[in-house]
Design a protein around this ligand. Structure first.
Ligand code: GLA
Length: 724
């Protein structure tokens, strides 16, 4: 719901409220984002006279009106606000100042969309849109700020449009998607950092004066930092305290900055990373920023995660697989790496079908000349020698075993040792006269080029049409450098990183709409591009190349703050684990992998008979719980980085079913059984588990006993059902 009165705007959701105000000078001030208050909070605005905080010209001798101290909605560079800014342009005369003032607004039913970019979608009964137009005081640059308000979900989305309404060229140097000024002086921030095979480690720290940032300059959202952030009160826990979260619906280089200023006010800005961005706007042209999505919770992190899980699962993910049951798949990568032929794959497939797997996924190495990672990328034609015939035949044999068939691609890449490179070396991103940086021996295709997109569309769709293929793993295995496109003029080279992302999205849009029955799973060396932009095309993403169950609890814990469980590709592999050498029980590997889109990454012939029957039983259990796991609410019951358990809970929408899973990392001798408090359930319901009855209030206040464990990394699984 959006209310407007005398240039005061209130965006209300079920539990939250966002307020803005265009003041007497037309400056758009931010008043409030927090709990729904149903009253104008502008009495909180105050106008201190602060030294070295300059004053706008119209204020005359009034030293109290300063852009450097006010909470601003979309702060500009060059006109006296010395904090981090949301927008910066170079005018045709080379000057870089902007001073945006309120011009007009528009409210519409439904949710705006963004040209060529993924965004939250919602129908007219689910969302409203507010557009506020700002105009520079001295040029014809305009900015439209767009807000999508999803009432039930407590979600507000943001995006901006920069318009060159003048007759000279301008260059955009920075155009953020979200700016949020918060008066609170005591905040902490959570962000998710990591590295390859160890993504989204949660880090929480108090804000320090000055700027703190998490960002990527890799051309992708990256393993190292995730495009998402949470600001919270120091007392914020899973259930109590207030927090604001934001994630970016974008898969390229991003920047999240937070500045704690001289008056202890906080400013959060999220957008495309300006370090690798510039965009020329000719007269009449416009630029649309990607979307940022926000929520506020007055009830701790659980509520924040629930809002984000729902908006991503139901309003960002699309396609036939959005809410439908995901297949249990077996991927051959850790089973064979590059060392396979059709016989080996069929042997694995036969055993996989015997243990109840739904789909066999053939990973890297089935195409071109690709027996290791030094060659073949770009040559998307089947290596029939290796497959001992056509892909059609192989898929048919797998189908006959009662399983569907899936295939790995890494479309954005090119190996120098490939037919494609020999024919089109100019399609690789590299700077003339400079040796390009290689990553995993490979170069990156210039995805901004239409001919490159067309080649990839044609070759991938030919493969998809040639056989019964139900799944496509879309991988991307290096960071990008040496930005240069031979099709762009010198002036436009700074546009390439964003044009790359637009090209990637255009290709994904074509393929996902032309092949609606194919399940697309994103991947970038595991979770190097785990973001809401990719989730718009691929409803699940391979969460990490680390399949070690213990490390996965840490990775999936961090991932769960923002992203829904169904988005998390997660598989059981053999032990000793290939990434860490750690040995964990197969049951612990299974419960960890079940907190995601479940599957296996192993050769079943390496399993003992006992393990094989355990696997069959796990698959049955996952199928039984799949709806509860993907469609229910998820609660983090313990922090794997703090203590020696990692336990989580799924509860069905109607509250009648609860599944508690996890792991106790360490067993001590003579140890009593620990209890863990459940959450989100009705205190008056009575639940039953293993013949015991428990009242909801008891489970909430006293908890449930974890099993007596034996050995390290012991599994936890408790299923409770409402009685009666
Ligand atoms: C990446 C992926 C793996 C696997 C390999 C294949 O590392 O994350 O799952 O597909 O590439 O080369």
């Amino acid at each position: 719901m959006i209310y407007v009165r005398d240039n005061f705007f209130s965006l209300k959701t079920k539990n939250t409220e966002y307020q803005l105000y265009a003041d007497k000078y037309g400056v758009l001030q931010h008043i409030w984002y927090g709990k729904r208050v149903d009253t104008n909070m502008s009495y909180l605005l105050n106008y201190p006279d602060v030294g070295f905080a300059g004053n706008i010209y119209e204020a005359g001798n009034d030293r109290t009106y300063s852009l450097n101290t006010l909470p601003l909605e979309y702060p500009c560079k060059g006109t006296g606000d010395y904090r981090i800014s949301a927008v910066s342009v170079s005018h045709s005369d080379g000057s870089t100042a902007l001073d945006l003032r309120f011009k007009e607004y528009k409210i519409t039913k439904g949710k705006y969309s963004i040209t060529g970019l993924p965004a939250v979608y919602a129908n007219e009964s689910e969302a409203d849109t507010l557009e506020i137009t700002l105009q520079d005081t001295s040029s014809d640059v305009r900015v439209i700020l767009r807000y999508g308000v999803l009432y039930e979900l407590d979600i507000i989305t943001r995006s901006a449009i920069i318009i060159n309404g003048g007759c000279g060229k301008i260059r955009i140097n920075n155009a953020a998607s979200l700016c949020l000024d918060i008066p609170d002086e005591k905040l902490e921030w959570l962000h998710f950092h990591g590295r390859h095979s160890m993504e989204r480690i949660t880090e929480r720290s108090p804000l320090i004066h000055g700027i703190q940032e998490s960002s990527s300059t890799r051309g992708t959202s990256s393993h190292q930092q995730n495009p998402s952030v949470i600001l919270c009160s120091p007392d914020c826990t899973e259930e109590n305290g207030s927090c604001i979260g934001a994630f970016f619906v974008y898969s390229g280089s991003f920047r999240t900055q937070i500045e704690l200023d001289q008056l202890n006010q906080t400013r959060l800005i999220i957008g495309i990373n300006p370090e690798l961005f510039s965009w020329t706007l000719n007269p009449g042209e416009t630029f649309e920023t990607p979307e940022a999505v926000m929520t506020y919770s007055g009830n701790g992190f659980s509520k924040l995660s629930h809002s984000f899980h729902k908006v991503i699962r139901e309003h960002i993910c699309r396609g036939n697989y959005k809410l439908s049951e995901r297949p249990v798949l077996l991927n051959n990568w850790e089973a064979t790496y590059f060392d396979f032929d059709a016989d080996k794959i069929l042997r694995i497939a036969k055993q996989a079908s015997e243990i109840g797997v739904d789909m066999l996924v053939l990973d890297d190495g089935w195409f071109g000349k690709r027996d290791n990672d030094c060659s073949g990328l770009g040559d998307w034609f089947v290596n029939e020698e290796k497959l001992k015939g056509s892909l059609h035949n192989l898929a048919e044999k797998i189908n006959k075993l009662g399983m569907r068939f899936g295939l790995w691609f890494e479309p954005e890449m090119i190996s120098e040792d490939s037919r494609l490179y020999r024919e089109h070396s100019d399609w690789a991103i590299k700077i003339p006269g400079r040796d390009p940086m290689r990553g995993r021996y490979q170069l990156v295709l210039d995805m901004s080029r239409k001919d490159v997109q067309d080649y990839l569309y044609d070759s991938i769709s030919a493969i998809l049409r040639s056989a019964d293929i139900s799944y496509l793993k879309w991988d991307m295995n290096r960071s990008i450098s040496d930005w240069y496109s031979s099709l762009l003029t010198a002036e436009k080279q700074g546009e390439l990183p964003h044009r790359y992302v637009l090209g990637l999205y255009a290709l994904l849009e074509r393929l996902t709409s032309d092949f609606p029955d194919v399940l697309f799973e994103g991947c970038s060396g595991g979770g190097g591009r785990f973001d809401a932009g990719m989730l718009y095309y691929c409803p699940q993403i391979w969460c990490s190349d680390d399949t070690d169950a213990f490390e996965r609890t840490v990775i999936q814990y961090g991932t769960s703050f923002i992203y829904p469980i169904s988005a998390v590709g997660s598989h059981v592999s053999i032990v000793p684990n290939h990434q860490t050498g750690r040995i964990t029980p197969i049951e612990s590997r299974a419960v960890t992998a079940m907190a995601g889109s479940f599957g296996y990454e192993l050769d079943p012939s390496q399993l003992t008979d006992n393990e094989k029957s355990a696997v069959s039983e796990q698959i049955n259990r996952f199928k039984k719980y799949r709806k509860l796991i993907h469609g229910g609410k998820y609660y983090r019951l313990s922090d794997p980085m703090n203590g020696y358990t990692s336990v989580w809970e799924f509860i069905s929408e109607d509250g009648s079913e609860i599944l508690v899973q996890g792991m106790v990392f360490r067993t001590e001798p003579n140890m009593n059984r620990k209890s863990i408090k459940l959450r989100g359930l009705d205190p008056d319901f009575v639940f039953e588990s293993d013949g015991e009855s428990y009242k909801g209030s008891a489970l909430l206040e006293g908890g449930i006993l974890l099993p007596q464990t034996w050995g390290d990394y012991a599994p936890v699984e408790i299923y409770l059902r409402k009685k009666g």
